[in-house]
Design a protein around this ligand. Structure first.
Ligand SMILES: Nc1ncnc2c1ncn2[C@@H]1O[C@H](COP(=O)(O)OP(=O)(O)OP(=O)(O)O)[C@@H](O)[C@H]1O
Ligand SMILES: [Mg+2]
Length: 267
């Protein structure tokens, strides 16, 4: 944890990323993590959670696309023992995928249910600074994207009273270059965007801090890598222009065309 002015900042668990945002995420912030599949969103969530455990924060991790076991296995590959954190009552992993009957499962992807389950988890963990990770939040408005703004506003408002710093992921729609349910991005105090591209036949991944209120953050896109046994690592700033990391224009056009035809077919 470090300060910038009088702001308390929480380490993300990725040292070089902390450096690009003035030491960490300001306490109480609601930060959106967006990006295409496989770019590192969940892995950043895992780092942030583990750092919380290390720093003595109480942590709640809500997983909608992977099971609780899958998150624990992924964490273990980087040497993070989330299972022990759960046993030590420092962490609750809420599973919204498997439809299990235990106390820490969600039976439906309803915003109200999410918020009340998170509050229940916070009460059970006890008093103290807390981290909430929702991976993904956009799962809660999948069938009603128009609700994105209202839902994220509701979550931010209600959970603000509970001493949380929140990291929430959202999928990225390549056809429109909008994070799915764009409303989230205005409500969020910060946006960390992951991207990918293929260069010389090799997949590359990048991270860009697009917004971090009250922070003189880096404006550079950084190339990242994911390393077995370690996790997410920042290689360094890249000179790439936007065109270098987005899909070629012909590809985007083809996708838009396909989307238009599909919509015509439906109507
Ligand atoms: N142990 C590991 N060693 C090296 N790379 C790994 C390891 N585990 C995962 N990865 C890499 O991380 C990628 C997954 O990253 P992550 O789960 O964070 O993606 P994501 O952005 O959350 O994607 P999605 O939107 O599909 O959930 C894998 O595709 C793989 O390339
Ligand atoms: Mg993920």
């Amino acid at each position: 944890m470090s300060t910038h002015g009088s702001i308390q900042r929480l380490s993300t668990g990725v040292v070089e990323l902390d450096r690009t945002i003035g030491g960490g995420i300001p306490e109480g912030f609601f930060v959106a993590i967006t990006g295409e599949p496989g770019t590192g969103k969940t892995i950043l969530c895992i780092h942030f959670t583990w750092q919380g455990v290390v720093d003595g924060d109480l942590c709640i991790y809500v997983t909608t696309e992977e099971s609780r076991a899958s998150i624990m296995r992924q964490a273990a590959q980087f040497g993070f023992n989330l299972e022990k954190a759960v046993d030590d009552r420092r962490l609750v992993i809420v599973d919204a995928l498997m439809g299990l009957e235990d106390q820490w499962s969600l039976k439906s992807l309803e915003m109200e249910e999410l918020v009340s389950k998170v509050i229940e988890a916070k009460k059970s963990l006890g008093y103290g600074r807390a981290r909430l990770i929702v991976d993904s939040l956009s799962a809660f408005w999948l069938d009603r994207p128009a609700m994105a703004r209202r839902y994220s506003y509701f979550a931010k408002k209600v959970l603000a009273k509970w001493d949380f710093t929140i990291l929430a992921t959202s999928q990225y729609a390549i056809t429109t270059s909008d994070a799915f349910g764009f409303g989230l991005e205005h409500i969020a105090d910060g946006i960390i965007r992951f991207r990918r591209s293929v260069k010389a036949g090799r997949l590359r991944r990048y991270v860009l801090v697009e917004k971090m209120r009250q922070t003189p953050h880096s404006l550079n896109m950084h190339e990242i890598t994911i390393v077995d046994g370690k996790g997410l690592i920042i290689i360094g700033p890249t000179e790439s222009r936007r065109e270098d990391v987005s899909l070629p224009r012909e590809v985007t056009e083809k996708m838009m065309e396909a989307k238009r035809l599909k919509e015509e077919e439906i109507s």
